[in-house]
Design a protein around this ligand. Structure first.
Ligand SMILES: [Zn+2]
Ligand SMILES: [Zn+2]
Ligand SMILES: [Zn+2]
Ligand SMILES: [Zn+2]
Length: 373
């Protein structure tokens, strides 16, 4: 994803369901949703402690990663740059306005770095091509076989299978490691050895593709210049059509009438939100580094004082937001989860400060659709 040069330029992200998932591995520098992280810096990846949910202390899972290089004068270390968002899959950790069940990390590398060749990767992967010859984080540390983060614990029986947490070890044991463990233990061949099908606890994996947001003539985030009746009519029509997936059922017909008549600040913000995404209702991401998020509600917007500064001392700026539409793609039912959000706004260091071969934690603000009732 190219850096946005002007504040008005917004890139929209969409899930692409047809991608060969092998094209989402680290050396392709992907933007993607779900699956295991395709780490950018392959060494010093965040520890399980860094990635623990602040509410239940359980492991978080990759929700999305966004490849977003930025151009900074006199700096070459942001040539590659990826921001990763992790989310705790436990629905009870997802409470109103709370963000401790999300973790965000930034990684960046110069074109000449310790991991990747400076030539763009070959995009045509043959069926039998061995992905193991490409750079990946598993060559620098042991990875949890379940979720792909740092595997600091290992199975005490085979001593060859690594986990980030007790939770993932238990899940994997039940899902088949119990059966495969002795085979893996006794395998003396170098290389892959017996392949245990891995338990799938992850958010469903998709490529994330982007395009510029095109505003139709007369379309804007402001409602100036239109009469009260026009706005009311449009609002009611929008609410009735309820065509935006994932936003359905928030209002009953009755509530709609009352709120429309006594239009509150909150409704106006929601109207703005719906209007803005109307032409591209499947957008799952809005990228505009240094711009403003599109709030879903007038309540619980992040104010500048509420965004903590980066460790380097610089302010953080808005970079992108995850839209509620993403919830429809994650197959949360399969995970028995019911995560929810209005929008997830990611704020990163204004200077994208130099971090070498390390990961820097960044900040996420969760806004929900309605004020708490
Ligand atoms: Zn949790
Ligand atoms: Zn794990
Ligand atoms: Zn084992
Ligand atoms: Zn910084």
């Amino acid at each position: 994803m190219a850096a946005s040069t002007s504040k008005a330029s917004i890139k929209l992200g969409f899930v692409e369901e047809e991608t060969d998932l092998r094209l989402l591995s680290s050396h392709f520098f992907p933007s993607k949703v779900g699956g295991k992280p395709s780490w950018l810096c392959l060494d010093n990846i965040p520890t399980p402690e860094n990635l623990q949910c602040s509410k239940c202390n359980g492991p978080t899972l990759l929700l999305a990663q966004v490849y977003a290089p930025v151009e900074i004068e006199h700096r070459d270390d942001t040539f590659h740059r990826t921001v990763f968002i992790f989310a705790c899959p436990n629905a009870p950790c997802c409470t109103f306005g709370y963000n401790g069940n999300f973790k965000v990390f930034r990684s960046q590398l110069p074109v000449k770095n310790d991991f990747y060749s400076k030539d763009p990767p070959n995009e045509s992967i043959g069926d039998d091509e061995d992905m193991d010859k490409y750079p990946h984080a598993g060559k620098f540390q042991s990875l949890c076989v379940v979720c792909g983060v740092n595997g600091t614990k290992k199975c005490s029986q085979c001593k060859k299978t690594y986990y980030c947490s007790k939770a993932h070890q238990v899940a994997d044991w039940k899902a088949g490691h119990k059966k495969y463990c002795p085979e893996i233990r006794d395998d003396t061949k170098a290389g892959a050895g017996p392949q245990q099908p891995s338990v799938n606890l992850l958010f469903k994996e998709f490529e994330l593709v982007t395009e510029d947001e095109e505003l139709k003539r007369g379309d804007s985030s402001s409602d100036n210049g239109r009469s009260e009746e026009e706005r009311l009519a449009e609002y009611q029509q929008l609410m009735r059509s309820q065509e935006i997936k994932g936003l359905e059922g928030n209002y009953t017909e009755e509530e709609l009438e009352t709120t429309a008549v006594h239009e509150t600040e909150d409704d106006q913000q929601f109207l703005k939100f719906k209007k803005r995404i109307e032409s591209e209702p499947d957008q799952v991401l809005r990228y505009c580094r240094g711009g403003e998020p599109l709030w879903v509600s007038a309540h619980h917007k992040a104010s500048a004082e509420e965004i903590p500064k980066c460790l380097c001392g610089a302010e953080r700026v808005f970079e992108f937001q995850v839209m509620p539409q993403l919830l429809n793609y994650l197959k949360l039912d399969r995970l028995g989860s019911s995560l929810d959000w209005g929008t997830l706004c990611v704020y990163t260091c204004k200077d994208s400060c130099p971090i070498g071969n390390k990961y820097a934690e960044e900040f996420l603000w969760k806004q929900d659709f309605h004020s708490e009732r």
